[in-house]
Structure formats: C-alpha cells, structure tokens
Design a protein around this ligand. Structure first.
Ligand code: 9MR
Length: 666
C-alpha cells in the first residue's frame, strides 16, 4: 500500500514538474525536436546550479560557474523512452565541455554523459551525441557542463528524437520488485571471491527500501561510485578562501561520502575506496601555486607534499572514523595512456613520470594496517595497454608498495574469457599481486536477443572465473559497476544484472547458473536466428564491395586488378590499422577457409580479427615484392560473441589492393 502511495505521489510530482516546466517561462515542447537558438523566439532552457546566464545576439554566456556542472539545462519530459540526438555548439576555456543527461528513476538521480569534446576558447565547435532516456525516468533533463568552472558560451542547441517517436507522456512506470527472495550472489560465490557493487549516494537515501535490500541480499563489498573521488573530497570553498593556510594540505570535506560509509559500517559491509590519485574528477586548482588556475603550475616538491598529505589524510580520516570499513584503496586510477606510455595529465606535468610510484610509496607509508593498495584501469586486458601497466608497476611491486591490480572491465561480449583470464594471470605472476575485477559491466550485444545473449555470455564469463580460481588465479573480488541498467553510467548499453525496477535480468541468471548449473532461460519472445553460412565472394567485377572503412581509411574500386578488370583499393589511412573491414558475424564459432590476392607498397598486409581487446592476425602476407600475392588459409573463429569483423591492414599507411576474396565455412 505504502509503495502504491509513493508511486502515486511520484506521478503527481512528475506531473507537477512537467507543469512547472511548461508554465515557468519555458516554451512547451511539442513534436519531437527542441531547437534553441537563443534569439528570444523560444526558451527551452533554464539555469542549472550556481552560475549566471547572459543571453544576447543568439548566444548564451554562462559565467560565475561555482561548480563544474553549473550551466543550463533543457527539460526533456516529452522524450522519455526515446533515443535522442543532441547537438550543442559551444566554446570555452575549459579543457572539455560535456553534454549530460540527468533524470530521476525510482527515487534515484542518475547522471549520464552523452558526449564530451575538447572545445576552443575562441570559436564554436559542435558536441554531438545520442542517448536513450529510460522509459521509467521522470524529469529527464539534458544539461551542459564542463570539466572545470571557467565560462561556457553556447549557441544553438538541437535535441531530436531519432527513429519512431514513442509517446510515453501518459504511460505509468513499471512497479518496483521485492528482491528479498532472490538468489544471493555473495553466498553462492563465497568459496570463490567477494561480490561487490558500485552504488551511488542516491541509493543510500532512496525512499524505496528495495534498493538497499537488494544490496544486502547480493553483495558483501561496496564501492562508492563517486563520493570518494578527489572532486568530492577536496573542499574547494575552504581551500580557495585561504590558500596560504591550506597551501600544503588542501581542506577536505567528507559530507558526500559519509552516508555510504555510515551504511557500510552499520551493516557490516566492506568498502573499496575509489579513488585517491586520478587525472580526472580532480579540480585543476589543486595543481597551481596558491591554488590559482590563472597563475603558475606548482613545483614538483609542492605537489609531492600535497599528494602525500592528501593520501595520508583521506585514508586515515576514513580509518579513524570508520575503522575497518575500507579494506582496499584504488591508490592510482587510469594512469596508463590508451596509445602507449603514460597518460598526460596534471600529476605527470607537475610531479613527473614517477608520480604513480610516489603515490604508492606514500600510500604504503600511511595506509592503515591490512588495507590493500590497488592500481585500477580500464582495457587492462588489452595486450598493449597491459604491457604499459606492467612496466609502470614493476618498480612499485619490487618495492613492495602494491597489493592488487584492479581490472575495471567495462566490456562487451566480444571479450574472450580465455584471454581475459590470461591477462589476470599475467598481472598476478609478473607483479605478485592479487586481482580485483573492480567495475564489471557487459554491454548487451546488438543482436536479435540482446538480454538472452548477454545472459549466455555472463554464464560463460563466470564459469571461466570459477575455473580460473580453481586453477590458482588470485581473483579475490568481482564488483559490478552499478545496480541497475537505468542507473548505469552507460545505461543505453543495458550492461548490468537488474532491470531498473530491480527485476533480475537473464544476465543475473547467467551468473547464478555458472555456479549452480543449469541454463539461462530462453525468453518466450526469443527470436530464432537461422544459421546463415552464405560464403563471401568478392571479385569486384560488378564494381561494388561489401564492408567498409575501419577508422579513417577509404575504399574505392580501381583497375589494374589481379584478375579481371577491377580490384579494391584501400587508401588514406592515418594509422596502419585503418583498414578495410568486413562483418563476419555469421561465421562465429565456425572453422573457415579464406583466400585473397593482395598487393601493396607496404612490406606486409595482415588479415586480422577485431575482437574486443585483442586483434589476432589470421595471416600476415609478405608484400615487400610489390607484386600481387595470392594467399589462402584457415581460421577457427572463436565462439561466445555475437558480432565479429575481420579487416585487412598494412604494416605502414601505404595503400593496398585486394582481389578475389573468398571466406567460407570448411
Ligand atoms: O560511474 C561514474 C559516473 O557516475 C561518473 O560521472 C564518472 C565521472 O566521475 O565516473 C564514473 O565511474 C568511472 C570510474 O570512477 C572510473 N572508471 C570509469 C568509470 C566509468 O566512467
């Protein structure tokens, strides 16, 4: 009854918000597009947070921004349950301007990034992105924010429904489910690893008890999704008001983190502290002399002092106030670059390349007894990035200053469980550390049965994790990055175990089946997908071609063929791997035979599979002679994924030519 009352209240509130939006000076949204040109003919926006907005000459200037999210927002109630495309033209001295979506769902507030761009201070650049607004969201708004507090100018904003419009303006939301009878993952996996979840602050004070009941049933480890990040812990107001006093030790404020720490302490839950030193979500004033962003960058010595004080104070404030709650800290997050080497950031600019080493040295020196120290990163299973991480962490491990590797694991079902486990073992063997999967979410595949296929993949993934632990992999915790799809930072990819109303998804069943046995239930509306092994056969004589560019290359039909009149030319790539890509999803799990003729000025042309996080060469063809080379071979296409492309790439950015391509099952 109480629940029913609440949803009625929620509906009335949502309706009231919508009415206020329409009557509070805002132009009513009709149709499927919002177009704001700041010329006075419409006003679809309102202020968001502490800032000043001045509109003139078709431009809105947002100044006096006190927080990084302060700016303008556009109510999008009419678009819930729809995918929207958002285009904003902005300029700013902030390094990055972002368009984000905020909405409330079952009492939780969600914030999701739609797109972000490195903008310019002097001329306008577009920021463009798509997002799906959950059907059960109330009061969704698109807002413009930045990574820092400098002014933002905006000219022209367009928010448009893509595809057929789904009008849910008078459809009620689905009822919340009671999770008390669900299978308990923490109990099922108690002999293997802890099972955790990242939870945002809004879950703690959610008026619906079901959310915390779900946490209680399923998890024995909790990560605050945002509340212990430097941005939320550093007290900007106090520090900036008196920079001399706080010069070596910025003031801290744990208001955001206290509710979740209280909850864990009261309920005997262990917490992963996330995160101390990070290039992102750390205000730039921290890195300047007198904390003045218009001044000079602080010296290495000063930044080392600030770093040590920050690490010491945060870890020890938590331990003193919540003894024993935090059992592991992500000391450094995401220091490895995506293209080799270390990521450029303020920490590296001020302290130097050894900032990660120093952070771990300070952390070890000040960590409360028994607290484990982790390095945490994404794509950490990808061979190139793994090498960068291992090189970076080796001296730290040798000094005894690190205990664990956090593999974030924002993955898709293309990631082969075997290569994932191999990467885990490599960290464990080469660095002598334990492993935590710290941020697991698995995007649902774009298949005919996304939820079911995701469930089948989850089962295979967790079976592989169980096998790995049985074989000695020191995997000690698996944390999911969020509770429900609707609350996920990438909600449109449906990556978690529970639907927005807490009903378990096939993904949850997959995790349960992996340890209990049994198969994921095929849904009643399962779409049968017929096996289609139609061979690929391209001689290009019809002057057409299947497939297309991988990144920035271009394909064209040209003469001087290997056979007949025409062949395909790949040119214009700015990297070797900018090649010619073909979808071969229909051959997943099959043994295939392929053949083709190839010619290039590059020394080598590779035929490569595009698997998430690994790129195995099906073959490498020596093209250094400059003439056509005919090649044929076989390949066992791995199973367990739903989409797969293969591509041709050359060993430098020279053009290459392809003819008489065939791919067929053996
Ligand atoms: O899920 C988090 C999201 O709510 C925040 O807006 C975002 C920026 O702080 O961070 C997200 O969490 C990130 C995590 O801290 C580090 N790894 C990547 C995660 C997803 O972006």
């Amino acid at each position: 009854m109480r629940k029913k009352m609440r949803s009625v209240v929620a509906l009335i509130l949502a309706a009231a918000c919508f009415f206020t939006a329409c009557s509070g000076g805002l132009t009513k949204v009709t149709g499927t597009v919002i177009e704001e040109n700041f010329d006075g003919s419409t006003k679809y926006w309102r202020e968001n947070g502490d800032c000043k907005v001045t509109v003139s000459n078709g431009e809105a200037v947002i100044s006096d921004r006190k927080t990084s999210n302060a700016g303008i927002e556009f109510p999008c109630d009419a678009f819930r349950g729809n995918t929207i495309n958002v285009t904003v033209f902005a300029k700013s001295a902030n390094p990055t301007v972002r368009i984000s979506l905020r909405y409330e769902i079952y009492g939780n507030i969600s914030y999701v990034t739609i797109a972000e761009t490195s903008v310019l201070e002097t001329s306008y650049l577009p920021i463009i992105g798509d997002i799906t607004i959950p059907a059960n969201a109330s009061d969704p708004v698109v807002y413009i924010e930045a990574t820092d507090v400098m002014d933002i100018s905006v000219k022209s904003v367009k928010i448009e429904v893509t595809g057929d419009y789904n009008d849910l303006t008078s459809t009620p939301v689905d009822a919340l489910q009671d999770p008390s009878g669900y299978e308990s993952l923490k109990d099922l996996y108690s002999d293997y690893f802890m099972v955790g979840s990242a939870i945002p602050a809004t879950v703690i004070d959610n008026p619906n008890p079901e959310f915390l009941q779900l946490v209680d049933v399923e998890f024995n480890s909790v990560t605050p999704e945002n509340e212990l990040k430097p941005e939320n812990v550093l007290d900007a107001e106090t520090t900036l008001a008196d920079p001399a006093t706080y010069n070596e030790c910025p003031a801290l404020d744990f208001t955001a983190a206290k509710p979740i720490l209280d909850y864990c302490q009261e309920n005997g839950l262990k917490m992963r502290g996330h995160t101390l030193i990070w290039y992102s979500q750390t205000p730039s004033w921290l890195f300047f002399e007198n904390y003045d962003v218009n001044g000079t960058l602080a010296s290495r010595d000063l930044m080392l002092t600030r770093m040590e004080n920050y690490i010491d104070s945060v870890m020890n404030w938590c331990e003193e106030n919540y003894p024993g709650v935090i059992y592991a800290w992500d000391v450094v997050n995401e220091a490895a670059g995506d293209n080799g080497g270390m990521r450029d950031c303020y920490w590296k600019m001020t302290v130097g390349d050894d900032y990660v080493e120093k952070a771990f040295e300070f952390a070890r020196l000040h960590a409360p007894d028994g607290v484990q120290l982790f390095y945490n990163d994404y794509n950490s299973y990808s061979p190139n990035k793994q090498q960068v991480i291992i090189d970076m962490l080796t001296p730290i491990a040798e000094a005894g200053n690190i205990d664990g590797m956090g593999m974030q694991s924002h993955i898709s079902s293309g990631l082969q469980p075997d290569s994932y486990i191999e990467a885990m073992n490599r960290y464990a063997d080469e660095l002598g550390v334990v492993i935590h999967i710290t941020e697991l979410d698995v995007s649902a595949p774009p298949s005919a049965n996304p939820y079911y296929d995701q469930g089948v993949y989850m089962k295979s993934l967790f079976e592989a994790l169980i096998d790995a632990v049985d074989n000695g992999t020191p995997l000690e915790c698996v944390t999911f990055w969020g509770l429900t799809d609707d609350m996920s930072w990438k909600s449109s990819e449906l990556p978690l175990l529970f639907y927005g109303n807490l009903a378990p998804k096939p993904a949850f069943e997959g995790v349960v089946c992996a340890i209990k046995g049994g198969d994921v239930t095929k849904p009643e509306d399962y779409v049968e997908v017929a096996d289609d092994f139609t061979p690929i056969s391209e001689d290009y004589e019809d002057q057409e071609f299947i497939g297309g560019p991988r990144y920035s290359s271009t394909q064209a039909i040209v003469g001087n063929a290997y056979d007949g009149d025409y062949c395909l030319e790949n040119s214009g790539g700015s990297a070797e791997y900018d090649g010619y890509s073909i979808d071969v999803s229909r051959f997943i799990g099959q043994s295939i035979h392929f053949s083709f003729a190839v010619k290039s000025n590059a020394d080598m042309v590779c035929f490569t599979a595009d698997i998430d996080g690994s790129w195995p060469h099906l073959c490498e063809v020596d093209t250094s002679g400059g003439d056509w080379v005919f090649y044929e071979g076989d390949y066992q296409v791995p199973s367990g994924m739903t989409n797969l492309s293969v591509y041709f790439e050359s060993s430098d950015t020279s053009s290459f030519y392809l003819d008489d391509l065939t791919i067929e099952v053996n």
